[in-house]
Design a protein around this ligand. Structure first.
Ligand code: ATP
Ligand code: MG
Length: 284
């Protein structure tokens, strides 16, 4: 089922002197099973938007349709608890929210809250621990004894154990070294395909945005600037400050008069396009 935002606005501290705009008049559709990235400068409304996807925030105006739920300003948060089992949100630095005495207990919190019996919840937790690439030996350890990268995987397992249909990631690789970053993105990409997820990712890494997304939502100061494929976004907005490395390099080449057939979104594409160009020129 697609996700629809129908002229949705959100104001923090609504109807008080401290009222501020979270975002304004967002109107778009996210296709089921697509990988959508949300980009925009700090304070543009990205985190505010994703908190609307499982009813943590309720819109001030407009209507959201998600996973069979209709959310309007009158909707009560309590009525959305089932939605939370279908929409998994991995917040920034999720490892900061591990508080149980063992890794297994931490991962099992979600299923237990939804009434799954203990033995089954533990079994699910163990399977999910392996799914995120961690050894089952870690199950009985305290989360505080793990490395930062391992802790993040445990926190992510705590979301995945619910088998969400929609997975929402708020800068999931923030603070990771390049190797861990790539591994983490590969894990999400693998799950996206294997579980036929609808994935929504907030990211400041334009390389990831270009590599993985079907579509990009570009926000600025709470407004939707554009929703389009990464190629459209990165081809037609020369002024966009954030861009993939391959696009930045291509723009340097363009300034020197070199045109490729299409804007390369990844280094691999850049190499392919350059080969075509160079071989083509040789043949001429
Ligand atoms: N709890 C809050 N109370 C009041 N205003 C808030 C609150 N949280 C965010 N805002 C405001 O709402 C707007 C959007 O903030 P939001 O956190 O959604 O931005 P963001 O795009 O996620 O930024 P970043 O890239 O820094 O994470 C900003 O103007 C921000 O100051
Ligand atoms: Mg944010």
């Amino acid at each position: 089922m697609d996700i629809k935002f129908n002229h949705v606005s959100y104001y923090y501290n609504a109807n008080t002197p401290l009222q501020t705009v979270g975002f304004k008049d967002l109107d778009f559709t996210i296709k089921e099973h697509s990988f959508t990235s949300i980009i925009g400068q700090t304070g543009s409304g990205k985190s505010t938007l994703i908190q609307h996807l499982n009813g943590l925030l309720i819109p001030s105006q407009g209507e959201i349709n998600i996973a069979g739920f209709k959310i309007v300003p009158q909707t009560k948060r309590k009525s959305l608890s089932k939605l939370r089992s279908q929409v998994g949100i991995v917040f920034q630095f999720p490892e900061n929210q591990l508080y149980e005495s063992t890794v297994l207990k931490d991962i099992a919190v979600g299923p237990l809250n939804f009434g799954v019996p203990l033995a089954k919840a533990q079994k699910q937790a163990l399977a999910t621990l392996k799914l995120v690439g961690l050894d089952s030996d870690l199950a009985q350890r305290s989360p505080t004894e793990l490395s930062g990268g391992q802790m993040r995987r445990v926190a992510i397992a705590g979301i995945l154990v619910m088998k969400p249909k929609i997975l929402v990631l708020d800068e999931p690789t923030a603070g990771l070294d390049p190797y861990a970053h790539e591994e983490m993105m590969e894990l999400f990409w693998h799950l996206h395909q294997k579980w036929h997820l609808t994935t929504i990712m907030v990211s400041h890494s334009m390389d990831d945005v270009a590599q993985y997304s079907d579509q990009v939502i570009w926000l600025d100061q709470g407004r939707l600037i554009q929703m389009a494929s990464p190629r459209e976004i990165f081809t037609n907005n020369q002024q966009l400050q954030m861009k993939p490395q391959s696009v930045a390099f291509y723009q340097e080449l363009q300034a020197k008069g070199l045109q490729l057939l299409q804007t390369p979104l990844t280094i691999a594409e850049l190499v392919t396009e350059l080969k075509k160009k160079i071989l083509g020129t040789t043949i001429e």
